[in-house]
Design a protein around this ligand. Structure first.
Ligand code: CDP
Length: 223
């Protein structure tokens, strides 16, 4: 049910499209809970790799996943997923997780495991007095919150995105993850009908954020 006193914002887009930077700024500007669902998929991937549960062993996944307990801690305005009480470590941004995350994320039982947890962030945001929530990922506007107040989809040229990731000093196969994320059967990366499509190839971060903020301010005055 839409809640007039709570604003839901979905931001989807490919690897290094600017989702995280823009959603963090919007969370500060409008006093929203920031939820980076990519970090959830990365944390779950690190956990499964550590437990030696491979992405191609459905039986082992079906056994391991229901035993995991998910909870949330706040890190400033950002929701941090805890698995069995533990926060994610730095390895979730490392080469091993980069190489495996899209393989785990393509498996329906993995996505199903995180579905209710992601929707549950609305209750977390309300319990902490936020005016709404900005959630970033691949399927937020299409699957998690298709009725969000605002749904944005960020595009950027693959070469530009690879350049941005390299400038962060991170080695990442942006194009390969996009290929896997866009071609999977369950919740593929796609701009859902009705979402606001922004091509950020030739825009800087401020310009992207200002465009989104102007739209959001039609419902929600800045905090
Ligand atoms: O590093 P980057 O911001 O590009 O990606 P991310 O948001 O950290 O997401 C890492 C991976 O998690 C993606 O490549 C997807 O395979 C998966 N993911 C997903 O399938 N669905 C989401 N809602 C978020 C992430």
């Amino acid at each position: 049910m839409p809640d007039p006193n709570f604003t839901l914002i979905a931001i989807d887009g490919g690897a290094a499209s600017g989702k995280s930077s823009s959603s963090r700024i919007l969370a500060d500007r409008f006093n929203l809970l920031h939820v980076d669902t990519g970090s959830f998929y990365r944390h779950l991937t690190a956990e499964l790799l550590a437990r030696q549960v491979p992405a191609n062993d459905l039986g082992a996944l079906e056994k391991a996943l229901p035993a995991l307990k998910f909870s949330t801690a706040l890190n400033g305005r950002s929701a941090q997923m805890l698995v069995d009480g533990r926060p994610a470590g730095d390895e979730i941004r490392g080469a091993e997780v980069n190489a495996h995350v899209s393989h785990y994320a393509a498996i329906p039982v993995v996505r199903q495991t995180l579905l209710a947890y992601q929707r549950g962030q609305v209750a977390v945001a309300k319990a902490h007095g936020f005016r709404g929530l900005v959630m970033e990922g691949r399927d937020i506007g299409s699957v998690i919150f298709p009725n969000a107040d605002f749904r944005f989809f960020l595009h950027a040229d693959p070469a530009e995105r690879a350049k941005r990731r390299a400038a962060e000093g991170r080695q990442d196969s942006v194009a390969e993850r996009d290929r896997l994320d866009s071609s999977r059967k369950t919740s593929p990366l796609t701009c859902p009908p009705g979402a606001i499509d922004i091509d950020s190839t030739h825009l800087n971060l401020d310009q992207v954020v200002d465009q989104m903020a102007a739209t959001i301010a039609t419902k929600l005055p800045p905090a």
